[in-house]
Design a protein. Structure first.
Length: 418
């Protein structure tokens, strides 16, 4: 006896019951696919913003800086980093013409005005490149301007309020130089930004890389070079090229060479992303189980209604293993039908929503760096494959217990049951 055609005909005997079971799997897989699409878009946005705000896809620094990175040591800087950045741009032109190579300096300092003094965090880089990375130019309040000339800076709204300053006024900066001395500089406030994040608006300022180099006494030097690629798929080829160039003979930096690392090897953030992905997969499986439990109920009802039929089949010589496979096939077919329909509908729904994305402006206010306000859900081929596998496998697993119960029946008792 061919089991699959027989199992298919059995499902058609009560179409309403079969449709109910398949619909439960359909709805659960539809929910799984939509959640997966949204979370993939959200996670990609988190990774993208972390990369452009913090490390780049690939990050270059001295080994000494890497060991003390949380202290942002200004004495651990790369000499002639401007020349190195220019060489990297040329070297990456054939791998990724759209790659951004940005020099960066971060340091703590004291700000002084007639109203008082306050500690702050300064971020320095090429103003034009940072338009594509930090994006603070999009947060400038009306009446202000972005860094439009050397000798200017922008600072957070809370910081400006605490110091009693506004656009066009002068701010005094005091910090420790790379040689251990004191660095002092006066800069003009060209703009005030408001991100909605208190930790930034009350603590952060941005200035031109050249002004920071002059303040810290590190001519043509920087702590880090962040390389932002157009696609993460190009990271392996770019990393190999960059390592060879950064540590080429004649490099003016320390004899042990520079530290060249992908973003996945820096800090604890990559581990957190990986942990979140694992958690989401378990949530998806749990949702699929909820939908598949209806299959268990349907299969149990089928077995109770078909006791006589099961007894007759076994009395005519059908082995118990074949009875088990028959009912297992029915449950799996229900799950597969629901999974295919749910995956297709879920993928279509995510694709339609992904055209315009979700406006997450209010939700993004809780993040510690400016982020894109829109999340664009998408479904990867792997997620589609996973949706089919989860729906079918969970349905087969759920259908096993009632199927085993049917195979363990006594033929005589089953025939007499009705």
């Amino acid at each position: 006896m061919r089991l699959l055609p027989f199992a298919y005909r059995n499902l058609l005997r009560n179409k309403r019951r079969s449709i109910l079971a398949a619909a439960s799997v359909f709805l659960s897989i539809l929910l799984v696919m939509f959640m997966a699409g949204f979370l993939q878009g959200f996670m990609d946005s988190m990774v993208k913003n972390y990369i452009k705000n913090e490390t780049g896809h690939i990050n270059i620094a001295t080994r000494g800086y890497r060991e003390r990175a949380k202290f942002m040591p200004v004495d651990e800087y790369m000499e002639s980093s401007g020349q190195l950045a220019h060489s990297l741009e040329s070297a990456l032109s054939d791998i990724d013409p759209e790659a951004v190579v940005a020099q960066r300096i971060r340091f703590g300092l004291m700000l002084s005005s007639e109203s008082g003094t306050k500690e702050a965090l300064a971020i320095a880089g090429d103003p034009e490149l940072e338009r594509r990375l930090l994006m603070l130019d999009t947060k400038i309040l009306p009446g202000g301007r972005y860094l439009d000339a050397p000798g200017t800076l922008i600072l957070g709204e809370g910081l400006a309020r605490d110091l009693g300053l506004k656009e066009g006024e002068t701010l005094k900066l005091l910090t420790q130089k790379a040689d251990g001395g004191l660095g002092f500089k006066k800069l003009t406030i060209s703009g005030i930004f408001k991100t909605g994040v208190n930790a930034l608006d009350g603590f952060l300022l941005q200035l031109d890389l050249k002004d920071a180099q002059a303040l810290l006494g590190i001519e043509d030097g920087s702590q880090q070079i962040a390389i932002m690629l157009s696609s993460q798929r190009k990271m392996k080829a770019a990393l190999s090229r960059i390592e060879g160039l950064a540590n080429a003979p004649g490099n003016p930096n320390s004899p042990e060479g520079l530290s060249v690392l992908p973003w996945t090897a820096i800090g604890s953030y990559p581990s957190m992303i990986q942990l979140l992905n694992i958690m989401y997969y378990w949530v998806f499986i749990f949702v699929a189980f909820l939908g598949a439990f209806i299959i268990a109920n349907v299969m149990t009802m089928v077995i109770l209604e078909r006791k006589r039929e099961i007894g007759l089949l076994m009395a005519m010589g059908m082995p118990r293993k074949k009875v088990l496979r028959l009912f297992l096939a029915e449950g799996t077919m229900l799950g597969l039908a629901g999974s295919i329909a749910g995956t297709l509908m879920g993928s279509l729904l995510v694709s339609l929503v992904g055209i315009n994305g979700f406006d997450m402006t209010s939700a993004m206010a809780g993040f510690s760096w400016p982020m894109d306000n829109r999340i664009y859900p998408y479904i990867s081929p792997w997620a589609i494959f996973l949706g089919l596998i989860i729906g079918s496998a969970v349905s087969a697993l759920i259908a096993y217990l009632p199927s085993r119960k049917a195979s363990m029946m006594s033929p005589v008792a089953a025939i007499r049951a009705l």
